[in-house]
Write a protein that binds this ligand. Structure first.
Ligand code: HEC
Ligand code: HEC
Length: 400
């Protein structure tokens, strides 16, 4: 192993990641950067648009805020994202502060983030309570971990997974698949939208959500053609754009993991943490899967495997200890102010020509989630290459 690789590996083990990611795709040109697209950018300059939106998610989730807590009229037609509000000005100062703390006290490792202090509050708590001192320990966990003592090698858990899916050979024989279903939305929005998920070996994938019941709304498309990725979301700040930051790495990972035989090659430095228990995300009635008994359920015992993806992305996979199936994939992408977490739950596995596929997918990130219920999957079908390409432009683009 090369020294540089060794150092990178041990850096990840120690939970270290550099403050500003160098982005190949962004440097190559086409994709826009934050200060090229937006009007009033002073501290989060020169970063990919997806990473910029990621930083907004880090701020929102760390302080348990809505966009409208810092932005005038967010969530209405009269939103003015560029206008400065007192909280926005404070947040800017905090971005600079976080950068300086990491630079001056942690040798540039990004260990202090908005969440380090805020923990879901607008003003961080200053004094611990006696209840906490004598109460149960906090449930916060480290993002990154090393191989835990007494745990099996990652290969063993991944092999168990492939076996549970139907066996390595059968899994490897699938070179494309198309799944159809519906979006069960979040809080009513996106309800009954038609979902098509297309994947082609080794690394192409497109998710399309068609809002059939909302004429004029258009569709949500997340496409990756093996090199370039696009995200198009109606009623959203950016409308549609080419991915070039953490979302590009994440979308590529989703594509590669659509063919699970590749996981061992795709993720580096695979390691197994301590077993854990995970539960369904708290969900509104429209998404609650308990009733149909097709979700993760509560306190499910899982084997936890972590690996390193592209550009410092951390990927943690949670496998059902009993069945061996993959129930959750959490990926952490870099941003200048903290990691941007995306979590994909995959449950309700059913047999399709001898290979198990998840028929329930919940895709959750800091600013929202999509829950999908599939009803039909066809394997080894021809897919028009245009499906994975740039989506057609939105008819009427979002605000800004
Ligand atoms: C804690 C405060 C805070 C929250 C919450 C927040 N933002 Fe921001 N936002 C900022 C700051 C600060 C900037 C300016 C960054 C800079 O100057 O580099 C900004 C800038 C922006 C811009 C660029 C505007 C322009 O044209 O200059 C957009 C778009 C934006 N935010 C969208 C969002 C969205 C969408 C959300 C909710 C998901 C959100 N923000 C939540 C603080 C916040
Ligand atoms: C080192 C700890 C620390 C970190 C890290 C930190 N903050 Fe703060 N933040 C504070 C404290 C303390 C206050 C309250 C200050 C006061 O009351 O005068 C505060 C206040 C704020 C407020 C004003 C809240 C209100 O409603 O009055 C915003 C907005 C904010 N922080 C955003 C952020 C963002 C965004 C980040 C990450 C880029 C961040 N903070 C990181 C300590 C921190």
């Amino acid at each position: 192993m090369k020294w540089s690789k060794l150092i990178a590996a041990s850096a990840v083990m120690a939970g270290i990641f550099a403050v500003l990611p160098a982005r190949k795709a962004a440097a190559q040109g086409k994709a826009q950067l934050s200060d090229e697209r937006f009007k009033n950018i002073k501290v989060l300059k020169g970063i990919p648009l997806d990473d910029f939106m990621g930083t907004m998610g880090v701020m929102t989730s760390s302080l348990a805020f809505d966009c409208s807590d810092c932005h005038t009229g967010a969530g209405t037609d009269t939103v003015d994202w560029a206008a400065d509000t007192p909280r926005k000005v404070t947040a800017r100062r905090m971005v600079t502060m976080v950068g300086e703390i990491n630079k001056n006290y942690f040798r540039g490792r990004q260990v202090v983030t908005c969440y380090s202090c805020h923990h879901g509050r607008d003003k961080p708590a200053t004094t611990n309570s006696i209840e906490n001192v004598y109460g149960p320990p906090p449930t916060d966990q480290d993002d990154a971990f090393g191989q835990a003592e007494g745990q099996p090698p990652a290969e063993q858990i991944l092999d168990h997974y492939l076996k549970a899916l139907g066996g390595e050979q059968k899994v490897a024989a699938i070179k494309s698949w198309v799944a159809k279903g519906e979006s069960v939305g979040f809080g009513g929005l996106g309800n009954e939208a038609i979902v098509t998920l297309s994947a082609k070996f080794p690394d192409q994938r497109t998710l399309k959500i068609d809002y059939a019941n909302a004429p004029g709304r258009g569709d949500t498309t997340r496409a990756y053609d093996g090199k370039v990725g696009w995200l198009r979301t109606p009623m959203n700040v950016l409308g549609e754009f080419e991915l070039s930051g953490g979302e590009l790495d994440g979308t590529r990972l989703d594509a590669l993991m659509s063919f699970p035989g590749q996981i061992k090659q795709v993720l580096k430095n695979l390691r197994v943490g301590l077993p854990a228990t995970i539960s369904d995300l708290p969900a509104p009635e429209s998404q609650a899967s308990k009733a149909q008994n097709v979700g993760i359920g509560q306190d499910k015992l899982v084997d936890v495997v972590q690996g390193d993806g592209d550009n410092g992305m951390l990927v943690t996979m949670y496998f059902d200890h009993e069945s061996g199936l993959l129930l959750r994939t959490a990926r952490y992408a870099k941003s200048p102010i903290g990691r941007v977490l995306t979590q994909v739950d995959t449950t309700d596995y059913r047999d399709v020509n001898g290979v198990k596929f998840p028929f329930r997918i919940t895709f959750a990130w800091f600013n929202g989630r999509d829950a999908i219920r599939l009803n039909d999957i066809k394997t080894n079908v021809a897919i028009d290459p245009a499906v994975f390409g740039k989506p057609a432009p939105l008819k009427s683009s979002g605000a800004n």
